[in-house]
Structure formats: C-alpha cells, structure tokens
Design a binder for this molecule. Structure first.
Ligand SMILES: Nc1ncnc2c1ncn2[C@@H]1O[C@H](COP(=O)(O)OP(=O)(O)OP(=O)(O)O)[C@@H](O)[C@H]1O
Length: 714
C-alpha cells in the first residue's frame, strides 16, 4: 500500500514538492494493522472514518511535508491543488486495500479530506457577526466612499487654482486676490469635508471591527470551553490561545483595512483614471504604459518583503515560545541549574530574528529608495511630456498640475491595492482558522436535553462491559470489557500496575470521554442520558494528585465548587477539609491570593483547599485519584484525616498507588491490562497470595530499602 502511495506521489516528488517520505514505517504499520485479519478494525465499534482520519494524518506527514522556503511561486498551486488531490487518491487507495469499500463511500473520504485540509473561510459565519453592526458598517462604507469621491475632485480643483495663477502671471490683468479666493475657498472646504468624512468612517469602522472581534473572541472561547476533553488531547493549548488572540487580531486589522483602504483605493483609481483621460488622453496613454510596469515591480519586491516580514514574525514567535516555556517552568529550570542553557537558546532565537529583521530593514530601505527614484522619474517624465504639450497649446499649466496630482493618487492607490491583497489573504486565512472551531459541536454536549433525576441519589455506580480507547490512540484499547460496581455509600479502591487504566475509569465516570462500548449506570440510569452539568457540578466530586488552583483568593477557589455558596458554607467546607487552621493563620485569611496555579501554597495545603472545593458541593460520589501520593508523611496524615471525614456517607472511588492508604476500603480491585483481575477486602486479598500481595510485598521492600538508605546516610 505504501509503495502504491509512493508511486502516486512520485511525480510530485520529482517536482521537489514532496522531497522525501519521512514516516513510511508508520504508514506501513497502520495499513498492516488495519488489514490484518486479527484486527478489530472492521468491528462495528470501530468507525472507518477514524481509521482513515488516522491514516490521513500519517499520509499528510509522509507525503505533504511543509514546502521549503526556497520553493518557487508555483508551490501554492501544487500544495493547495495537487496536494489534496494526491491525498484523496491515497485515502481511497487505502480504503480499497483495507477492503472496507462497503463501509466507506466516496463522501466519507471527502469528509475526512475536508476535515483535515486547511480550514475554509465561511462567509455565512462572518455575516452572523457583522449583522448586528450592519448600520454602522453601511455608514462607514458610505462615508469612505464619499471621502474617496472628494479625493478625486482635489486634483481638478488644484488645476483650477494653478490656471488662475498662470493666467495672472501671463496677463497681469484683473484682481488676482478676488479671482483666486473662490477656488481656494472651495478647495479649503473640500479638504475640511474630506477630513470630517475620513474621521467619521474611521470611527465607525473601528467600532465595527472592535465589536466584531470582541463577539468572535467570546463566541470562540465559549465554543472551546464547550468541547470535550478529547478535543484538548488533540489540540495544543498554545495554538488554541493563538486563535483567540493573534488570529482574531490579524482578522480584525485586515477587515478594517480592506474595507476602508480597499474601497477608497478602488474608487480613487477608477475616478482618477477617468480624470486623467479627461485632462489629457495623450499623457494618459503614456501613464498606462509606464505605471503598471512600476506597480508590478513594486508588488513583486513587496511580496518578497512581506515574506521576510512573515519569517521575522515567526522567528519572534519562536523566541517567545522559548521564553514562555522557560518562564512557565522556572522551578524546573532552576532545579536543574539550566538558566545558562535557556539563555543560550533564547539568545540564539533572538539573534536569528535580529538578523532577519536587519535584512528586512535593508530591503525596505532599498525598496523605498528605488520607489522614490521611480516616482520622481515619472513626475519628471510627465512634466517633460506635459511641457511639450503646453508649448503646443494642447494643455494648460493647471491641467498639467491636475494631471500630476491625479497620477500620484493613482500610483498610491494601486500600490495600496497590491498590499491590501496580501493583507486580505492573510486575514481570510486567520478568519478561517477562527471559524474552524466556532461551529464545532462537542461529541459530549455539556447541556441540553439531559435528564436530572428528581429522586435523591443512592450513589450506586455500575460499569458494565466497558471497552475504551482514547480518541487520539484508537488502536490502543485501554479498558477491555471492564465490569465494576460501586455500592452506595461504600468505598471501592482500584490499585494495580502503572498504565493499567485506573485513572481512565475515573475519567469515564466523570464523562470526560464516553466508552467505546458498554454503559455506565448511575442509580440504574445510563449516565449518557443525564444532564452533564448536573452530573459534574452536583453529583461527582473529583480530587486528583496535583490539584490546580486559580490565581485568585482561597475563598474564590473554594467557591469554584459552588458559586452561590455563602461565606459560612466556604468556611464549613474548609473545616471539613482540615484547611481552616492554616488559612486563618495567613494575614489575609480567606482573602489570601494563592498565585498562579496556587504556587504560594504547599502541596498539602493545595490539596486541602481542593478537598474543600470538592466538598462544598456535597457530592454523592467522590473520586480520589491518587490524592495523597504526592505528599510527605505529615501532609499525608493531615490530608488523609480530612479525606476520611469527607468520604463518610458517600460512594467513594479511590485510585491509589500507596496501598497503605486503602486498606480500610470496603472493596479493593486490582487492575491489570484494562481488566480487574482480583477483588476483595484487604485481608481476603492478602490471604489469597495473588497480585495484590505481590504489590504489598514490593512496596514493603521499597519502604525497607528506603529506611535502610536513610539510616545509612544518617
Ligand atoms: N489522554 C490520553 N490520550 C491517550 N492515551 C492516554 C491518555 N491518558 C492515558 N492514556 C493511556 O491510557 C493508558 C492507561 O492510562 P491511565 O492513566 O488510565 O493509567 P493508570 O493505571 O492510572 O496509570 P498510573 O498509575 O501511572 O497513573 C496508558 O497506556 C496511557 O498511556
């Protein structure tokens, strides 16, 4: 299959678009897995679209490596037209080889191809944002149009003024001041009106731009928050934040620029060309020959400079990325004494960006110098040709003046149209990236239609025949026909080897993911039929190994569990969580700000605030995912005490590494390879002498070794 794919891609590689396939092994493995008789890829649980989607991403990596900077302009055609074509073909070849034609029709392939291609700009989504600002936008367009029309008048009126002066100089008759006053006042009035119109449309347009951008940001943020956890597994947070910030900013700037300048430039170009023709068809003929050549050359150099500027931006982003990572993980950097290394890395990226920016600066300087010379030559040429026409009485000095001003306006407008075109392309691609996530519906919707049972919950949970693979790793089955019952108000602990799937069980109960097959029941109701906000907000409390706090006060952090909680409720939850004493020990008490992600608190303090946050909603079910494993002995004792109190009268699922913390559980399940292999109480499992007692022995041996080490060192 891979050979087939390579054969398809070969002609393109010879065009040096696809210099080499860097992931042949992955493609080969995937096709083998998918086509092997033992694979369950054809079972009903495995959607063919997923497999193709997976295949697609590998194919794209293999065949569609980013085009190098040195490649020439036709790469755009190759990349955007031939690239998708070859990938469509390869995806279909894959379906064919995988014998799944009956499952995957042409549309599925096209869907997957479309899903994985560069996002498209969707005008109807833009329209939804622009609609509320329509009146302001129409106002801005009308004012901008008016300003452009007036701008066309200005060369003609300047010409009138020059004609008055020229006639006076020639004839020395009449009242000069009287004659010049009229046209001068008219011109002054025109400048005034034009200034007002310009200010008006800029004010309106920036209002429209800002409101559209603000609406987009809010809608995109809401859409991102609505997505399920699987979405965040597949997308990097930094890139998502970039869409909220840089992409919307770029789109807003382009939107404003294209509407204001674009409209103005097009109107002025057309209007001034008509004026040029009316003033002197002969001179216009000359301009028509010379101007496009100069504008074309300018556009070419401009596009080169834009590319340099994009490179410079990318380089700055890289440098920022290095700084961001180092500052974000400053404790790790310091712990490993890596300040020098980080500084070197940052300096290297900054130096590169400096070099590109210097080249860019030199390019801009040369460009501006050359364009000044070219524009002045045009003026000189026009004056020379115009002077000849004046001496032949075919043109007046005023007309020449009008012609010069109008032709300069045309030059400026044409130059700005070429710049605007590039800006528009960038704006559209930024907009497309923003819109990509706007209409995205989560596979697990947060609200809408779910049931809220009106009887009080007993808190019984049944995992029935659960099989599960993470969406980002469809080939790796984490849970295999997993069965477990959490009886009401009892504590069930899951222990076992690392990577056995313990935390995955907790994630499924929280409905961060839905099982690939099987069902989870809460009080006899399938949790997929329940309201998700209610389930997470009121039924299940979750405490994990590394609780993340927000950079606000302790009071607000605890209240995060129940926004409407009174101060007394917050304090009560903190008392239950053994947190009240240390909180009141701080000078600001509950108003103490905990710093970014709670850095100003110790591990044990953070954990107790997190317990209070979970307890304040009084959940029926409590999930503790290795809640004490990161703590020292003293902190563990205080936290454990709080947890013992918190778990009374609730259904509790504990996921634990340290077996000493779960010996009192009503049921202990040992998990291995996605299944429960042993279950019973501590005593039952120890007397059985199976995997559990092995784990206990191992942990005791580790404990003894540690103890001996401490004694030896001591
Ligand atoms: N978000 C994810 N996407 C893809 N695979 C994942 C994800 N989270 C976990 N896995 C994989 O699922 C398997 C089970 O992970 P899980 O965290 O449930 O194990 P665990 O038993 O809790 O391990 P530990 O005791 O080390 O925390 C592992 O192979 C892990 O690599």
């Amino acid at each position: 299959m891979f050979q087939l794919l390579c054969r398809r891609a070969a002609p393109l590689r010879s065009l040096s678009l696809y210099p080499r396939c860097n992931k042949p092994a992955d493609l080969w493995k995937l096709s083998r897995w998918y086509t092997s008789p033992g694979s369950n890829a054809h079972s009903s649980s495995q959607k063919p679209g997923n497999a193709i989607s997976h295949f697609w991403s590998l194919t794209r990596k293999a065949a569609c490596r980013p085009v190098t900077r040195t490649s020439k302009t036709p790469h755009v055609v190759l990349r955007y037209i031939l690239g998708p074509a070859v990938l469509t073909v390869s995806a279909r070849v894959f379906c064919h080889v995988a014998h799944c034609e009956e499952d995957v029709n042409h549309n599925t392939v096209i869907d997957v191809v479309a899903k994985n291609s560069a996002p498209e700009f969707k005008w109807h989504i833009l329209w939804e944002f622009v609609k509320p600002q329509l009146f302001a936008l129409i106002g801005a367009v009308v004012l901008a149009f008016g300003a452009a029309i007036l701008n066309i008048q200005i060369p003609l009126m300047l010409g009138d003024l020059v004609n008055v002066v020229a006639r006076y100089l020639r004839e020395h008759t009449g009242n000069y001041i009287h004659e010049i006053r009229g046209p001068a006042l008219k011109l002054l009035g025109l400048y005034g009106i034009q200034g007002l119109l310009t200010s008006g449309y800029i004010i309106l347009l920036s209002r429209v731009g800002e409101r559209v951008a603000a609406d987009m940001r809010k809608t995109l943020f809401a859409s991102l928050l609505r997505q399920d956890v699987a979405f965040f597994d597949a997308n990097k947070t930094g890139q998502l934040v970039n869409r909220l910030t840089a992409d919307i900013q770029e789109f807003k700037s382009s939107f404003k620029l294209v509407i204001s300048q674009g409209l103005r430039s097009i109107t002025q170009t057309v209007g001034c060309f008509v004026s040029l023709y009316v003033i002197s068809p002969k001179l216009t003929g000359l301009t028509v020959v010379v101007l496009p050549c100069l504008v074309g050359a300018g556009a070419l150099i401009g596009s080169f400079l834009r590319r340099l500027s994009r490179l410079a931006q990318e380089q700055v982003a890289k440098a920022t990325g290095v700084a961001d990572e180092a500052l974000g993980n400053v404790r790790t950097v310091k712990a490993f004494a890596m300040e020098e290394r980080e500084l070197r890395l940052y300096a290297h990226e900054v130096d590169k960006s400096c070099e590109i920016n210097e080249n860019l600066g030199a390019g801009i300087a040369i460009f501006q110098g050359l364009s000044n010379i070219a524009l002045n030559c045009i003026v000189l040429g026009t004056i020379f040709a115009g002077g000849t026409l004046i001496s032949n009485n075919e043109l007046s000095p005023g007309d020449l003046m009008s012609f010069l001003v109008a032709s300069q306006t045309v030059q400026r407008s044409l130059a700005s149209i070429s710049i605007l075109f590039g800006q528009m392309v960038r704006g559209l691609s930024s907009g497309a990236r923003v819109f990509e996530y706007l209409g995205l519906e989560p596979t697990i919707p947060l609200s809408g239609g779910g049931r809220i049972p009106y009887h009080s919950l007993t808190g019984r949970v049944d995992f029935m025949n659960i099989s599960f693979s993470y969406p980002t790793r469809p080939g790796h089955q984490v849970l295999k026909r997993f069965n477990l019952t959490l009886p009401p108000c009892k504590t069930v602990a899951i222990v076992g080897e690392s990577g056995g799937g313990k935390s995955t069980v907790a994630s499924l109960l929280e409905r961060f993911y839905d099982p690939t097959s099987g069902v989870i029941m809460l009080d006899g109701l399938d949790i997929r039929t329940l309201d998700l906000c209610w389930l997470r907000g009121q039924v299940i409390g979750f405490i994990n190994q590394e609780p993340v706090l927000f950079g606000s006060s302790i009071m607000e952090n605890i209240r995060f569990g129940k926004p409407e909680a009174t101060d007394a409720e917050v304090i009560n939850a903190a008392k239950q969580a053994n947190a009240h004493r240390f909180i009141t020990g701080f000078p600001d008490g509950y108003n103490t700000v905990v710093g970014e992600r709670g850095v100003t608190l110790s591990g044990g303090q953070k954990q107790r605030v997190a317990i209070a946050r979970a307890l304040i909603k009084n959940p029926s079910i409590l999930v503790l995912d290795e809640a004490t494993s990161a703590l020292d002995a003293e902190s563990e004792r205080v936290v454990q005490e709080a947890l013992d109190r918190a778990t009374r009268g609730r259904t509790v699922l504990i996921i634990a590494h340290r077996l000493s913390t779960i010996q009192g559980a009503d049921l202990i399940c040992v998990m291995s390879n996605g299944r429960i292999v042993e279950a019973g109480t501590h005593l039952e499992l120890v007397s059985k002498g199976g995997l559990y007692s092995d784990l206990i022995r191992r942990q005791r041996a580790e404990g003894v070794l540690l103890y001996l080490e401490i004694i030896t060192l001591g």
